[in-house]
Every structure is written in structure tokens, then in C-alpha cells.
Design a binder for this molecule. Structure first.
Ligand SMILES: Nc1ncnc2c1ncn2[C@@H]1O[C@H](COP(=O)(O)OP(=O)(O)O)[C@@H](O)[C@H]1O
Ligand SMILES: O=c1ccn([C@@H]2O[C@H](COP(=O)(O)O)[C@@H](O)[C@H]2O)c(=O)[nH]1
Length: 210
């Protein structure tokens, strides 16, 4: 295998980063050519904190992540070495006991809030994407998702959004949009964007086979 190509997908919470990444991966389901790595899995471990303390953490500040581990593991994959990726559990706000074994692949899609904000991560990306979805749409999507899938109450989602998520988004995430090569409006169901990216990924895989 030649050099892995890294596609970085950034954007605000609930903008549609994970949905786009999933749709890309689906096209290559039965191959080992494309792997997705979520920055969310590199949230710092909080096992030593109580649940009460964990709820108070600002999860929308860059310091909430162990980006050194993220970068180190990406470099390992690029050097052709498999990794044991941490797995984050949103319901209990900490790393789970399990890890996920990831093999090197032609295309590594990395997705997360700070992929373009963090200089080290940004520099590792060959293609930089920002998913641009209006704040009100993101809030509605997050409310539904966090209640259904992340064990939250409506009140807690509103409280977290108004105290940290919104201001951190405006401070760190929105400004990182300027580093993008491509901006995808509306997130997960943008079929044209998904088709264009799929064409690009297929050509990378074919080149690697030559
Ligand atoms: N274009 C879209 N239209 C409607 N719902 C969407 C769209 N894109 C994503 N969603 C939904 O919004 C929620 C957040 O999307 P997700 O991909 O998890 O965002 P992110 O990874 O950026 O936080 C999910 O429940 C997803 O199904
Ligand atoms: O323990 C945690 C960790 C993160 N969050 C929130 O999740 C989002 C990031 O996930 P997206 O899939 O990009 O929305 C972030 O905005 C944090 O506020 C959390 O609530 N608890």
C-alpha cells in the first residue's frame, strides 16, 4: 500500500459529519480501503471523576481532547502499523473499557469538531472539508439525537447548548471554516457532495493499486 490519504471532516455539533463519513464508508463496506476515525473517541478519559464532575466538563473546548494520542495513532497508521483506538461512551462521559482494532488503509477519514482548528490535525489532512449547517438546524438535530441516543434530558441539552456549545462553536469551530478546501452545506444528506467525494476516493484507491 502506498501513502494513506487523509480526508478531514470538521463542522459544528450535529452538522452531519458522522452521517457523511458513514455514507462514504458504506460505499466501500466490503473492502479495507476506507476507515473512519472520530475525534470524539479521543475525548480525555474521565474515569477518575464522579458523574457530577463529568457533567460539568466543557466538552466543546479543544482541551477536552487528547489530540496528542490522536496524532500519534494517525502517524502510526500512515507508517503502516495497526492501532488500538479508544472508544468513547457519551452516556457516561468517559472512555469505555473496549478498544477498536484499526488496520492501515488507503483512505483515512477523520471527523470531528476540531479537525481544522487543530494545527497538527489540519496539517495531516490531504483534503479538508467543513460541513456547514445553520445553528438552529444543528440545535434541533442535537436535541433529538442526544435525547434518543446519548441519554440526555431536553433541559440538559438546552442548558449545555446555551452555556458552552454555542459560545465554543463561535470561538473555535466556525473560524476554522477558512481552512477548508470544500464546504458542504446541510450535512448528511448532501448527495452531490457524497458522490463527488466517492469519485475522489475511488480514484485514490485505484492509484494505490497501480
Ligand atoms: N441532512 C440532514 N437532514 C436531516 N437530518 C440529518 C441530516 N444530516 C444529519 N442528520 C441527523 O442529525 C443528527 C446529527 O448528525 P450527525 O451526522 O451525528 O452530526 P455530527 O457528526 O456532525 O455531530 C443525526 O441524528 C443525523 O441523523
Ligand atoms: O462526554 C461528552 C462528550 C461530548 N459531548 C458533546 O458532544 C458533542 C460532540 O459530538 P458531535 O457528534 O460532534 O455532536 C460536543 O458538542 C459535546 O458538547 C457531551 O455532551 N458529553
Amino acid at each position: 500500500m502506498k501513502k494513506s490519504v487523509i480526508i478531514g471532516i470538521a463542522g459544528g455539533s450535529a452538522s452531519g459529519k458522522s452521517s457523511i463519513s458513514r455514507r462514504l464508508k458504506e460505499r466501500y463496506e466490503n473492502t479495507n480501503s476506507v476507515v473512519i476515525i472520530r475525534q470524539d473517541d479521543y475525548y480525555k478519559d474521565q474515569k477518575n471523576k464522579t458523574m457530577e464532575e463529568r457533567v460539568k466538563t466543557n466538552y466543546d473546548h479543544p482541551f477536552a481532547f487528547d489530540n496528542d494520542l490522536f496524532v500519534a495513532q494517525l502517524k502510526q497508521l500512515m507508517a503502516g502499523v495497526a492501532i488500538e483506538k479508544p472508544v468513547y461512551d457519551f452516556v457516561v462521559h468517559t472512555r469505555s473499557e473496549e478498544t477498536e482494532h484499526i488496520e492501515p488503509s488507503d483512505v483515512i477519514v477523520i471527523e470531528g469538531l476540531f479537525i481544522l482548528e487543530d494545527e497538527q490535525l489540519r496539517d495531516l489532512c490531504d483534503i479538508r472539508i467543513f460541513v456547514d449547517t445553520d445553528d438552529d438546524i444543528r440545535f434541533i438535530r442535537r436535541l433529538i439525537r442526544d435525547v434518543k441516543k446519548r441519554g440526555r434530558t431536553i433541559d440538559s441539552v438546552i442548558e449545555q447548548y446555551t452555556t458552552t456549545v454555542k459560545v465554543m462553536h463561535n470561538t473555535f469551530i466556525e473560524p476554522s471554516r477558512k481552512y477548508a478546501d470544500i464546504i458542504i452545506p446541510e450535512g448528511g444528506h448532501n448527495q452531490v457532495a457524497i458522490d463527488l467525494l466517492t469519485t475522489k476516493i475511488s480514484s485514490i484507491i485505484q492509484e494505490n493499486m497501480l
